[in-house]
Design a binder for this molecule. Sequence first.
Ligand code: S3P
Length: 162
Amino acid sequence: MKIVLIGFMGAGKTTLAKLLAKEISQEYIDMDELLVKKSGRSSIEEIFQKDGEIHFRELEISLAKELQNRDKVIISAGGGIVMNKIILDYLKQNSTVIFLKNSFETSQKRINNNSRPLFKDKKKAQALYELRLPLYTHYADTSIETDNKTKQRVVSEIMNSL
Ligand code: S3P
């Protein structure tokens, strides 16, 4: 089985995937990181700037397709995947999907640099957050609140939910 962590930008998906991977001795894959490697670009920002968001979303689809049959792996997914049912159809195969839920304010606090193209404009980011919130819940098997919790506590809650 694979474990897929979903949630908005700043949910802590990558950090928690790494911690969880150590705890349960499984490999983890960060979709954004792998996608950048495969793209030949140096960052997500560069993909957005030079190739555009639509191309980025196409890369997400082909990566999700590649990952569909992976087993015993923890996947940290990009915050935008819930906008694309095809990606979820791939990732949900033989998997547990966990929504790491936090307030928009928490995301803002956690994101202290400008590296995310879709977080540069705070108003647009908040609109995206509101649009996506019900989608994360819809696709998740389990939702775990992360506001004001330590990483270790969230990891324990994820493990208890498995
Ligand atoms: C995005 C979230 C980012 C990254 C890209 C687009 C989004 O991932 O995939 O900047 O649409 O929410 P994180 O959620 O890991 O920041």
